[in-house]
Design a protein around this ligand. Structure first.
Ligand code: B1M
Length: 212
């Protein structure tokens, strides 16, 4: 079995130690970091995402797989930068105030980083002004917000309204996601895109499918 196939298998099993070892081996064999990422780690995560969607695996498996992915990604990060994968944009990312669900947001962050974006991850329970301050400080042009609770969804609108007040609305693109959201809700609050998963978030960031 090739190293990338082994990576895909071990990542699915959430075996962080083996994923780190295999990633190290692949690096030592001069496999390019982009190939290790795309054909190994991201391919493994894509299988995990599909299985999770079909209820073939459950949340603890997703968490373990994500941890294994980080074990490999940590080794690749410096090489990816050296390999000249250009930072194609900066994204401020966080779970909105009052909401402690950060697993989906973290997966989105991984996918965006893998696609070449610099991610400024503000964590969870992030107050509205923090999103905008971070964008201003970092020069990011994209703000990504996650919410998993119907009670915290309205915080996204508060962020966008605050951007309008601060005259930042025209210069920022707002990307929203999380299980209770929808395209209609994204439109209603003035967001530029609603994304249903990490892969889709990358596509959304690239194309911004929801029109204002
Ligand atoms: Co809570 N929880 N939870 N929870 N929790 C839900 C969300 C819930 C649906 C469970 C249920 O009742 N069936 C329900 C919400 C109901 C609602 O409002 N609609 C709920 C509740 C009610 C609560 C509490 C209020 C429970 C209580 O205390 N009574 C409480 C609230 C705490 C708070 O946030 N203030 C609570 C707490 C928790 C834990 C802390 C125990 C834990 C979170 C741990 C953590 O995140 N570190 C937790 C969990 C794990 C869940 C479930 C089981 C799983 C969520 C998850 O991580 N899914 C969830 C039930 C469920 O969804 N089946 C539930 C996996 C993750 C990969 O998917 O987050 O959807 P998801 O992310 C996806 C997409 O949505 C999308 O991409 C991701 C990858 O595919 N996406 C984005 C997400 N963000 C995006 C951003 C983007 C783009 C795409 O761009 C920026």
């Amino acid at each position: 079995m090739s190293i990338v196939q082994q990576l895909i298998e071990k990542l699915q099993k959430g075996d962080a130690k083996s994923v780190a070892e295999l990633t190290r081996q692949a690096i030592d064999q001069n496999m390019g970091p982009k190939k290790i990422l795309d054909d190994g780690l991201l391919a493994g995560m894509a299988v995990v995402g599909e299985k999770f969607k079909k209820h073939e695996i459950f949340l603890p498996h997703v968490l373990l797989a994500a941890r294994a992915m980080y074990a490999g990604l940590d080794l690749l990060k410096p090489l990816l930068a050296k390999d000249g994968i250009p930072v194609i944009g900066k994204v401020v990312l966080g779970t909105v105030q009052g909401d402690l669900h950060d697993i989906g947001k973290n997966l989105v962050g991984i996918m965006l980083k893998g696609a070449g974006y610099e991610v400024i991850d503000l964590g969870k329970d992030v107050p509205p002004e923090r999103f905008l301050d971070a964008a201003q400080e970092s020069g990011a042009t994209i703000v990504g917000m996650s919410a998993l609770l119907t009670t915290t969804m309205p915080v996204m609108k508060q962020v966008i309204d605050l951007a309008k007040e601060r005259d930042m609305f025209g210069t920022l693109k707002f990307l929203v996601g999380g299980a209770p959201l929808s395209v209609d809700y994204a439109r209603e609050i003035g967001a530029d895109a609603y994304c249903f998963d990490g892969v889709n978030a990358v596509e959304c960031v690239k194309s911004f499918t929801v029109e204002r």
